[in-house]
Design a binder for this molecule. Structure first.
Ligand code: C2O
Ligand code: CU
Length: 488
């Protein structure tokens, strides 16, 4: 593959006004100016689909290369960014339940990284956490069989201590899982089934990514929004109903989403896939790492903006416009939203389910211990359903993500609420109880992670490790990982 083709500017250009950005006057000093008001007019970029046909052996083979490129995030100002197969973000991977997939991930970055499949149910050795390091100039070739309900999952680097930098510079992409049951919903990618990858950035007046993702209590909380890497974006609606797949791929910002006209919409899916019935609402919260699928209705000529509203929370600050939707004068009709959705049944904890308690304690990480890659914190039986209690004992917001699993949030009485998830908001001074279903993958050596998905916190050690094993094989779990080779 020719590196130069990747370095060519991607389709991120736009013709939006630059008034107010012309400061600097030849000085080399990097200034951070407040962004000018947006007109939300730049056509939304849709990440290319990567959906290779199965080869004769039945395997779908995907190629990803991580490299440094240049992107026009602000009009006419090239920004140094990192991306997969392009200069910013990555292609949308697509696979169906039952598919065998084989990835080749090449690292052409100047440093080691990893690629984690966030939301994917798969063996720990394929998970792409901090133990599956891909040194610069090498490749990694995980394979697995996709076996989970239809869902919007995503992928991003996970090198311990550097995740916030690698994601902030642009390494993230969607991974859509289909299964036949999903047929009643819009599925025309880029037409009525639209990915919206939400990120906030700080950019200097010369268009460079500004600020240290490790500085401050949360790292970056940017004042400019990119949607699919598009600044000042607009989407041209052509159908009466559109499915939006929302991903919060920001380092720390929480979105409290609403349309400017407060129109109602149907929530149809969360992290772990579809719900069992649509939920009618006019707002939606998304913390970093969370996904949601919504169905929105449009009338001919509609012109409406999706915004995030200030919630007075430390990570949901400011009212910011995200993207404008402009509907054509003639819209193709779309089917009515189904009354019932084929989402997985709620996860109900069995009587006597094992309860584990996790205290998020700021600088001390989780349960008083910062992340240590050589320590296994929890040993869980394969296929277990357990109750995990996540107590945020701090005065600031966090969230909590568990690799590989699907979980259900429980209400105060222990009943399941909402759909399957893998990441949950844990507001200050609260405890969230989860019914967690673990997978069948037995591996006493390779761990999975659980952590706060505010990337600065994750990098600073608010993370722990667990293995899933066949009961009776606890002796095979290493006491310490010192000396265990993980370079692949
Ligand atoms: Cu999205 Cu452990 O990560
Ligand atoms: Cu946190």
């Amino acid at each position: 593959m020719n590196r130069r083709t990747f370095l060519a500017l991607s389709a991120l250009s736009g013709a939006a006004g630059t008034a107010g950005l012309a400061a600097g006057c030849g000085s080399d000093a990097e200034h951070h100016l407040a962004p000018p008001p947006l007109d939300l007019s730049t056509p939304l970029r849709i990440p290319p689909l990567l959906h290779p046909a199965p080869e004769p052996d039945g395997v779908r083979r995907y190629e990803l290369i991580m490299f440094v490129g240049q992107s026009a995030l602000l009009p006419g100002k090239p920004t140094t960014t990192w991306g997969f197969n392009g200069s910013y973000l990555g292609p949308t991977l697509r696979a169906s339940r039952g598919d065998k997939v084989a990835m080749t991930v090449r690292n052409a970055l100047p440093e080691a990284s990893t690629v984690h499949w966030h939301g994917m149910r798969l063996p720990a050795a394929m998970d792409g956490g901090p133990h599956q390091l891909i040194p610069a100039g090498t490749r990694w070739t995980p394979t697995w069989t996709v076996d989970q309900p239809a869902a919007t999952t995503w992928y991003h680097p996970h090198p311990h201590g550097a995740t916030s930098q690698h994601v902030y510079r642009g390494l993230a992409g969607l991974f859509l899982i289909d299964d036949d049951q999903d047929a009643e919903l819009p599925t025309a990618y880029g037409t009525d089934d639209i990915p919206l990858i939400l990120q906030d950035k700080k950019l200097t007046d010369r268009g460079q990514l500004d600020g240290d993702p490790l500085k401050g209590p949360f790292g970056i909380l940017g004042d400019r929004i990119l949607v699919n890497g598009t600044y000042n974006p607009c989407f041209a609606v052509t159908t009466t109903r559109v499915r939006l797949r929302l991903l919060n791929a920001s380092n720390a910002r929480m979105y409290h989403l609403a349309f400017t006209d407060r129109r109602r919409f149907h929530l149809i899916g969360t992290d772990g896939g579809l719900l069992t019935a649509p939920v009618d609402t006019d707002t939606l919260d998304l913390t970093p790492g969370e996904r949601a699928e919504i169905l929105v209705e449009f009338a001919p000529g509609d012109n409406v903006v999706l915004r995030t509203l200030d919630r007075g929370l430390d990570i949901a600050t400011g009212d910011l416009d995200l993207i404008r939707f402009v509907a054509a004068a003639d819209l193709r009709p779309a089917p009515e939203p189904p009354a019932i959705l084929p989402g997985p049944a709620p996860i109900v904890p069995p009587d006597g389910a094992r309860v584990r308690h996790f205290t998020l304690s700021g600088r001390d990480g989780i349960n008083g211990r910062p992340m240590d890659m050589s320590r296994i914190d929890e040993v869980v039986p394969v296929n277990a359903v357990e109750i995990w209690e996540i107590e945020n004992s701090t005065d600031t917001s966090h969230n909590f993500h568990i690799h590989e699993v699907a979980f259900q949030v429980l209400d105060a009485a222990g009943r399941p609420t909402g759909g399957h998830k893998d990441t949950v908001f844990t507001p200050a001074r609260t405890t969230v109880r989860l019914a967690v279903r673990f997978g069948p993958f037995d591996d006493p050596v390779e761990p999975y992670m659980y952590h706060c998905h505010l990337l600065r916190h994750e990098d600073a050690g608010m993370m722990g490790q667990f293995v899933t094993i066949t009961p009776g094989t606890e002796h095979a779990v290493p006491r310490s990982y010192a000396g265990v080779g993980h370079a692949h």
